[in-house]
Design a protein around this ligand. Structure first.
Ligand SMILES: Cc1cc2nc3c(=O)[nH]c(=O)nc-3n(C[C@H](O)[C@H](O)[C@H](O)COP(=O)(O)OP(=O)(O)OC[C@H]3O[C@@H](n4cnc5c(N)ncnc54)[C@H](O)[C@@H]3O)c2cc1C
Length: 374
């Protein structure tokens, strides 16, 4: 029997688990192809810690190459530029056409940069490699005293975490030259029950808060808010809400009104049974939850099982996401806030707890001759 080709588009949080599981239990009826622009995929939980200097690049990234090799997957270092869902083929940015029997999409999302001047004068916190490159440049400029004010636009957990991580790192790099930090958010409050603890940390770091008015325009001098006030900044990072890659909606797949791929409880497109999707790029019909790594990670095992089942013609499993998830929000130093529903608690022990969870997660995907079971 000719093996069925499963194209894994993106090396996100769900696909690392798919690779791990196919590596643990190879499927003769399946030929895997992984397309990812990067060999090293960042683990979102450790990204603020990487910025803050608590982790090295290697500690906060998963190496896709050995993971793909162990699963017998052909690794194409490129990005998907177009998908023909009906024609069962994808085209990469360099023009390679990859035909598939099944495709699984785990390509993440990027912050909304569709404001005038944003692409020219600000940097999104994703794609992570571009963000980290810009961050290294900002560190060296700040140490040389060339950055007076820095703004983060977006007051969700990710934006606050990144701002506090950057402040922490620059305070260590050159304590006498720490820029003044600014947080801009269209929300009047920071995320839910963590509000008080995060506000206290932001105030302790001397952060200037502009809450309740979103950014409308970006220029070389900073950000103009709704209502017209201009907030000066030499450097601006965007942690605005997630947006979907435009090629997803152009693929012929059913998408929601924001361009994210609709999936059913089998993590499969309701219109194209040969297409599966997970993580930030997908919207599970009737199941509303935040776009966070926690949910992408949880989709990994059922996605792996359903890709295997679809390839071998066995019944698909149903996946119902958890109603709420534990959020562990770091605050720059080795301190974090834990949020569960309406309950929250903060402390250095919370950071140590988060640190243990995050290190254990990444270790599962280190091949080193023996991948860990779980
Ligand atoms: C600063 C920050 C901190 C965060 N902290 C947390 C946290 O602590 N906990 C948490 O749960 N969530 C956190 N999040 C949210 C989290 O990052 C995302 O929800 C999570 O990464 C989604 O996982 P994913 O698998 O969908 O996509 P990703 O992890 O983004 O992976 C997508 C992969 O696809 C690749 N890709 C992109 N486009 C293409 C293409 N065209 N072709 C092929 N490959 C492509 C990318 O290179 C990437 O490797 C944070 C987000 C930010 C911005």
């Amino acid at each position: 029997m000719t093996p069925r080709t499963i194209l894994l588009a993106g090396g996100g949080h769900a696909h690392v688990e798919v690779l791990r599981r196919f590596g643990e239990r190879p499927e003769r009826a399946v030929s895997l192809v992984l397309v990812s622009p990067d060999r090293f995929t960042p683990y979102s939980g450790m990204l603020p810690g990487l910025v803050a200097g608590h982790y090295s690049h290697d500690q906060a990234h998963i190496d896709l190459e050995p993971l793909a090799a162990r699963a017998g997957a052909r690794f194409v270092r490129d990005r998907i530029a177009a998908l023909d869902a009906d024609g069962r083929a994808a085209t990469t940015a360099s023009g390679e056409r990859i035909a598939f029997d099944l495709v699984s999409l785990d390509v993440g999302s990027v912050p909304d940069m569709r404001f005038p001047g944003a692409r020219e004068h600000a940097t999104g916190v994703k794609p992570v490699d571009a963000f980290l490159a810009r961050w290294e440049q900002v560190r060296s400029d700040a140490s040389a005293g060339r950055v007076g004010r820095m703004a983060v636009v977006g007051g969700g957990a990710g934006g606050v975490e990144v701002l506090l991580a950057m402040h922490h790192r620059l305070s260590k790099d050159a304590p006498a030259r720490v820029p003044r930090f600014v947080l801009v958010s269209d929300r009047t409050n920071l995320p839910g029950p963590a509000n008080r603890a995060l506000l206290a940390k932001l105030r302790a770091a001397g952060v200037e808060l502009h809450l309740g008015r979103g950014a409308e325009r970006f220029d070389a001098q900073g950000v103009t808010l709704a209502g017209g006030e201009h907030v000066a900044a030499d450097v601006v990072f965007c942690a605005t809400p997630a947006t979907a890659a435009p090629w997803l909606a152009a693929s012929g797949l059913a998408c929601d009104d924001r361009g994210f791929v609709r999936i059913d409880d089998h993590l499969r497109s309701p219109t194209h049974p040969q297409v599966f999707a997970a993580g930030d790029c997908a919207s599970q019909i009737g199941r509303v939850h935040p776009r966070s790594g926690v949910y992408a990670v949880r989709q990994g095992p059922p996605l792996a099982a359903n890709l295997r089942a679809a390839a071998t013609g066995t019944p698909l499993a149903t996946y119902v996401p958890q109603g709420r998830a534990l959020a562990l929000v770091s605050t720059g130093g080795r301190h974090a806030v834990a949020v569960w529903g309406r309950w929250s608690v903060a402390g250095r022990w919370v950071w140590r707890w988060k640190d243990r969870i995050d290190r254990r997660f990444v270790a599962r995907y280190r091949v080193d001759g023996k991948a860990r079971a779980g």
